[in-house]
Ligand binder design. Structure first.
Ligand SMILES: Cc1cc2nc3c(=O)[nH]c(=O)nc-3n(C[C@H](O)[C@H](O)[C@H](O)COP(=O)(O)O)c2cc1C
Length: 208
């Protein structure tokens, strides 16, 4: 192998370690949570988080509750109009940004580094949440961009966010749904097209 082939191989190896895909633990159906009625009683917006990190199991259960696959035919925990499943769910942490795949229950790294500041957009408490979930509506996957389609994807996004709100209340985590964020910077960072629209985000952590 000459030095150019060696260089190409090492470049490929470093690129493949960059674009990692991580299997998440299966959702824990035995997790101790509040009842549905207690959950509604507890649901509230919280804007202060402790330093405690979420474990892999915590994150896996949170993402699955948000919009994980819950039936063998590929349907997910969040209903979507015409089952288009057009909401992309990104996970921002202090280490990197990843995309959740509901069908394989995996996380694929999109980029490295701490980019929570562009989601915070001035609301600094967002940067203190160990996990910030960003919901991006993919109008191409929905199949239309007309006004009715825009309403439907907004409703679908709200449902995913509410799954997160309720899961957090039930499982002893805390969160707040946020419309504020630097959508243009997020678009640029994630390489989104103009039909992929960051709509809402949920910082998630443990109570302080
Ligand atoms: C669509 C939507 C957008 C919101 N955007 C923000 C936001 O950008 N920043 C924020 O701190 N709270 C935001 N909130 C949270 C609301 O301020 C909060 O839900 C409201 O004050 C009621 O409080 P509660 O959630 O504790 O019942 C948003 C809520 C919704 C539903």
């Amino acid at each position: 192998m000459n030095k150019y082939s060696l260089l190409a191989v090492s470049l490929l190896v470093s690129m493949s370690s960059f674009a990692q895909t991580k299997n998440l633990p299966a959702p824990n159906m035995q997790r101790k949570t509040l009842s549905v009625m207690e959950t509604f009683q507890q649901r509230k917006s919280v804007r202060e988080y402790s330093d405690k990190m979420l474990s892999d199991q915590d994150l896996a259960d949170l993402l699955w509750a948000a919009q994980g696959k819950n039936r063998p035919d590929g349907h997910i925990t969040a209903p979507t109009a015409m089952n288009r499943q057009e909401i992309r769910l990104y996970v921002f942490t202090a280490q990197d940004v990843s995309l959740y795949d509901p069908q394989t229950h995996t996380l694929s790294q999109v980029t490295t580094g701490d980019h929570r500041d562009i989601v915070a957009a001035g609301q600094n408490f967002t940067k203190t949440a160990p996990v910030v979930l960003v919901m991006v509506a993919d109008m191409d996957k929905f199949g239309s961009t007309n006004q009715h389609a825009q309403w439907m994807v907004a409703v679908d996004t709200g449902i995913v966010s509410e799954n997160i709100n309720l899961y957090c209340a039930a499982a002893g985590l805390c969160t707040v749904p946020r419309g504020s964020m630097n959508a243009n910077a997020i678009r640029e960072l994630l390489g989104l097209s103009e039909n992929q629209i960051p709509l809402i985000n949920n910082p998630v952590g443990f109570p302080k």
